[in-house]
Design a binder for this molecule. Structure first.
Ligand code: A2P
Length: 275
């Protein structure tokens, strides 16, 4: 079976396609609409957006216009990172659903443990309140799974200690040279699926000589090495592109990186602060 239509199973039994299509920084309107339409046309069945991306409307429209039955597409959105109250989270969810207009959501995530303009701020109480709102949405059948994003082990401990549901997903920046081992180990131990945003390090890794050499060895592209690496780490990559040829390329990862080469890729230390 093609990797693109293979699934992981979340801890609640819900199936999620292994490769998702990311839409961060894809502007609302024609660009977001066309990219999502192209992704769906080329077989992607997992689309990732967020209120903060401000493109939910176009993403939703592309999903509706695709003619693909709603239940065949796995859709994720996220609660804006500054919203840390129970009522605020419920209200924001309704806005997201209005913008997407697709009936229900497959996965709803707290976008970050702190507002993006106050990275590192202690919002542990607010994260619990927001997550309890997500639990209500889940229990009410509005979303099929709930989770968090950009949470480290301490942030996750806080949720596990004070909430009833263990998040089904933690979406983090994850790529070769930045594989967040501590968070990944923690999530695997608690059966929380890790999703990898920016699996190409926003394109930075495509220039890495070691990755280029390995791509030649397997007769694939550097992007395909980066995406396949995530799959073999049992993580769900969310590559994004606005170009059809790359959308197709990023999904064509039906090859196997051998164990020795995976260890080699693990050893690459391409300092992410340089990009
Ligand atoms: P574009 O949209 O112009 O194709 P990441 O997923 O790590 O955030 O990386 C996304 C960036 O990498 C985007 O700038 C995207 O540009 C570019 N990109 C995506 N796929 C490929 C690819 N297969 N080859 C080269 N660049 C790519």
């Amino acid at each position: 079976m093609k990797t693109l239509i293979q699934t992981y199973t979340l801890s609640n039994g819900v199936k999620i396609p292994k490769i998702g299509f990311g839409t961060w920084q894809v502007p609302n309107g024609d660009v977001a609409y066309q990219s999502v339409a192209l992704a769906l046309k080329n077989g992607y069945r997992h689309i990732d957006t967020a209120a903060a991306y401000q493109n939910e409307e176009s993403v939703g429209k592309a999903i509706k216009d695709s003619g693909i039955p709603r239940e065949e597409i796995f859709v994720t959105s996220k609660l804006q990172s500054h919203i840390k109250t129970y009522a605020g989270a419920l209200e924001a969810f309704e806005k997201t659903m209005e913008a997407l207009d697709i009936g229900y959501l497959d996965l709803y995530l707290i976008h970050a443990p702190w507002p993006w303009n106050e990275i590192g701020k202690d919002c542990s109480k607010g994260n619990v309140l927001a997550f309890k709102a997500l639990e209500k949405l889940y229990n009410d059948g509005r979303v099929r799974a709930i989770g968090v994003s950009n949470f480290n082990t301490k942030d996750l401990d806080n949720i596990l200690e004070h909430c009833a549901i263990v998040p089904h997903v933690n979406q983090i920046g994850y790529f070769i040279g930045h594989n967040e081992k501590e968070t990944d180990d923690y999530c695997k131990a608690k059966n929380i699926l890790v999703e990898a945003y920016s699996p190409l390090a926003i394109g930075h890794l495509l220039k890495n000589n070691d990755i280029q050499d390995m791509a030649k060895k397997y007769d694939v592209t550097p992007a395909q090495i980066c995406i396949r690496y995530c799959i073999q780490k049992d993580v769900a990559p969310l590559p994004k592109s606005t170009h059809e040829s790359r959308i197709i390329e990023n999904a064509a990862v039906d090859f196997e990186i051998d164990a020795k080469d995976m260890i080699y890729l693990d050893s690459i230390n391409d300092d992410p602060r340089k990009w």
